[in-house]
Design a protein around this ligand. Structure first.
Ligand code: R5P
Length: 310
């Protein structure tokens, strides 16, 4: 267990609302820090706390603009490191460059590994990540880490929505093979049946080519769980396919609402009754459309911090 009196909790600029909520849960204040820009847009950081001998935790969600937030995080950690802290823990609710965890073609970089190397190079002692796009990324961490999941938030949420009597009217459907394990876990915890969609991607980035539904969903309410929605391609096509197969209401739950490009517009028009997301990424007002319900990770993350063993 961590002695919170010896902890300074800093936040980058990517997701201050979540950082504030976690600090509130821990009953501590956010560490004072200045993050500014030079005229040429380079980032300036100054740590306004005495961190000598302290356990410093830095939270940053490296969502769009991920390049900016990643560099900002590295600079923050570097600045802290120069002040002789006891330990530095980085809390990354959203891990950047997560989708390039392997080479598809010769000549490519493995950027998920590069991010891990960068974090290592600035001297972090521990990393906490949440629902990584692929478990493969874990092998890039050459330092202690914790990989936690938001699954319990979704389980709690759906348990409240689904009455015992109506359980038979629901089915969990993995939108692709990658999401199957996660969906099976959710279904098991909710006591629901499961099916999945077979998805094929085009060679072009971010494009879904085809989908095939494996079981009947007729007259069932469907829950689909995934790690993220980026362009919305996967979930929008999956929800249309489910509707075509006479599904009733469709609920989608994802940890990371990346919502790039015109994903919000597509999701607004898609036959999805509710989209349940977490605050791993701080959504702008325009993206918070009425069908989006945000569940906060603050409790889970605060508990994780309390249990840190450094
Ligand atoms: C598999 O590729 C992932 O689990 C997600 O389904 C994917 O990242 C979502 O991307 P998009 O919203 O662009 O289809």
């Amino acid at each position: 267990m961590l002695n919170l009196n010896n902890v300074i909790f800093f936040s980058g600029t990517s997701n201050l609302p979540l950082a504030r909520k976690i600090a509130k849960n821990l009953k501590i204040k956010l560490g004072k820090i200045t993050v500014k820009r030079f005229a040429d847009d380079e980032i300036y950081v100054n740590i306004r706390e005495n961190v000598v001998g302290k356990e410093c935790i830095v939270i940053q969600s490296c969502s769009t603009p991920g390049n900016e937030y990643l560099i900002e995080l590295l600079i923050i950690v570097d600045a802290i490191k120069r002040l002789q802290p006891k330990k530095i823990v980085v809390l990354l609710p959203f891990y950047p460059y997560r989708r390039q965890e392997k080479k598809i073609e010769k000549g490519e970089s493995i950027t998920a590994e590069l991010v891990a190397k960068l974090l290592h190079s600035v001297g972090i002692d521990k990393l906490i990540v949440l629902d990584l796009h692929s478990k493969v990324i874990e092998k890039f961490f050459k330092f202690p880490f914790r990989h936690i999941t938001a699954l319990s938030l979704f389980v709690e949420y759906f348990k409240k929505q689904i009455k015992k009597k109506t359980r038979k009217d629901f089915i969990v459907c993995a939108p692709d093979r990658g999401a199957l394990t996660l969906n099976l876990k959710l279904a098991q915890k909710l006591g629901l049946e499961t099916t999945f969609i077979f998805k094929t991607r085009a060679r072009r980035h971010d494009v879904v080519m085809g989908m095939k539904l494996m079981d009947h969903v007729e007259n069932k309410n469907v829950i689909m769980l995934d790690d993220e929605i980026s362009t919305g391609g996967t979930i929008v096509l999956a929800s249309r396919l489910l509707k075509k197969n006479n599904a009733k209401d469709i609920f989608v739950a994802v940890t990371h609402p990346v919502l790039s490009g015109n994903a919000v517009k597509k999701l607004a028009r898609a036959p999805i009754k509710q989209l349940i997301v977490t605050d791993s990424i701080n959504l702008s007002k325009e993206k918070k459309i009425s069908k989006i319900k945000i569940l906060s990770l603050s409790k889970i993350l605060a508990e994780e911090i309390k249990l840190l063993n450094l």
